[in-house]
Every structure is written in structure tokens, then in C-alpha cells.
Design a binder for this molecule. Sequence first.
Ligand code: FO1
Length: 337
Amino acid sequence: MNEALPIHCVALSGGVGGAKLALGLSRVLPGDALTVVCNTADDFDHLGLRICPDLDTVMYTLAGISNRVTGWGQAHETWSFLEALSHLGGETWFRLGDRDLATHVERSRWLRAGETLTEATDALCRALGIAARVLPMSDDPVRTIVLTETGELSFQHYFVRDACEPAVSGFRFDGIDTARPQAAFLSALEDQATRAILVCPSNPFVSVDPVLALDGVEEALRRAAAPVVAVSPIIGGAAIKGPAAKMMAELGMPVTAAGVARHYQERDLLDGFVIDDADAGQAAEIEDLGVPTLVTGTVMETLADRERLAGETMDFARGLGARCGDRAGTSPPERFA
Ligand code: FO1
């Protein structure tokens, strides 16, 4: 990894897989060279508090306080609040730990004071000592509605209360028509200093698609001078965590890394795709989509795994940089020399 080149990276992230790669990126890039844009369509108001799971998973992971077992919430958690709530007959299906609760209370206080979600997130990141810039995809509300065989479900009802059990037939992002992409996010895509735009190994439907659905985002990705590289969340026909594989099967898609590449490439978004060694046999199929493919180890168990995959993905993107100049129809700037 050539440390000399100050590479500004914009990473789109949702869920646990996204946060893992975001951590790797935060370790191989200088603090001010990483912007992590988080899905906010999982957010919901619960017990009078605004809960922002994908922002919190990234913040906790970058701050080194995330719960490695569950993947969400904080480590060394205690549950006195939830216990007391249960005795009062309150809703406890969505488990809020005592430390985690402080984040929801503080964020809700900022929002009630009229601050934007960006400003609240910025304050929380400063308090947690996070060097990378963590942005919500939008300061306007977007809410994923999961269309299932038994009717519509709000995202957290589908994901947590019903444990992803109902078969999905589609998704709707309520608010998407009026929600604006967070301003610094959109300008980072257009910024000449941005040298890589990474789609983390997150759920394509409920973590990445809400971000892409925001007005102007797909267009900005297609127009970007920086290469757009996605890392497959599907390895060997399965997702490491979460319902992505189940959703793909229920939507009648092939549950493969190539299936994910096709999902993004049918919108002409990709300059590169990263798949696991286990799926090396699919590289040709993905290359046939016109998408150069990096085959490497993408399972991130250790911190070293996270750093290695982040470094390899950035190097892969840098190598593609020259190509994206062709895609944009302009000669590639010297920056990737
Ligand atoms: N996921 C669960 O499966 N069960 C929970 O009780 C739960 C609580 C929770 C609390 C705070 C938070 O930020 C996330 C939480 N999650 C829980 C995960 C959350 O539903 C997912 O992380 C995202 O919405 C999808 O990535």
C-alpha cells in the first residue's frame, strides 16, 4: 500500500459487514482520508428515542467499543434499563443495553434541539474520538418497508421482532422521493480528491439500495472520476451474517457473488468487484459484465483480515482509477500514475 499518496476514500456502509471493512479502511488510511456514509433507512423511533443502527454499528466499531458477539450495540453491556422496562410492561423486543441507551438519549436530545442527524453524528463521533468522517446518507427520514408474503413490515419489525422469517417480495423506501442525499456525501463523490468509492460487503437490498435510491446518487456514482468498487457480501452462496442470501433466494435471484455484481451492474455502477477465493469460478461471469474482478480472501475474522482486505481493495481501486477516466469519457488524470 503506497502510504505516500493521500487517498480519499468514500465507503458506503450498512450493517455489520460494512462496519468491518470500514474499520479496516480506518486503519490503512489517514484519519482525514476516510468518509463512511451510513444507511439510515433502518432508523426508527422507539420508546420516544431515535435509533440509528447502521450509524451506531459503524461508530462503535471505529471507536473500538462494538459488541463483537452480536455485531450491534456495545461491548461490556449491562441490561438494567431493559430489565426495569420489562417490569413496567414496556417493549423489550428491541434490546437496548445501558451503554447503548446513552447514545440514543444523547442523539435524540440533539435532534429535539433542532440539530441535524449529521450534526448529532458529528458530536457523537467527536465524543468517541473517531478520526474518520461518519455521515448519514441523508438528514431527511427514509424508512425501509419490507414487502412480505404476510404484508408490509417496518424494517426492525422484519429484522428483529420477526427475525427475518417472512419471505420477502420486495422493498419500499418511504420518504425516498423527498429525501436529499447528505450534502458532504454527494460532494465527496464529485470531489477530485476522492480516489476510491467503495460499496462495503453490506446487504445490497436494505443497506446499499436505500443509499443508491437517493436523488442524484446513482448518477453521481456513474459520473464520478473515482472508481466505484463493491465487495461481495455473498461468499460461497451464503452471507456471513444477516438475511442477504435468504432475500436473494426469495427474490428469485441466484444466491451468488455474481448475482450481487449483476444487481449493481444492471445500473452501470461498478468499475470493479471484489469476491472471495471460494467464488473464483465466478470471476469470468462477472468480468463478462464488463466489471474487472479481484479474487482474494474476503472473510474478515481478525483485525488483520479487515486491514488486509481494505488495503487490497484500495490498491485494486487505485489500479482501476485510470480505467474510470475512460468510463467518464475523459483522459485519466495523472493522479494514479
Ligand atoms: N438486532 C437484533 O437482532 N436484535 C436486537 O435486539 C437488536 C437491538 C439493537 C439495538 C441497537 C442497535 O443499534 C441495533 C440493534 N440490532 C438488533 C441490530 C439492528 O436491528 C441491525 O443492526 C440493523 O438494523 C441492520 O443492520
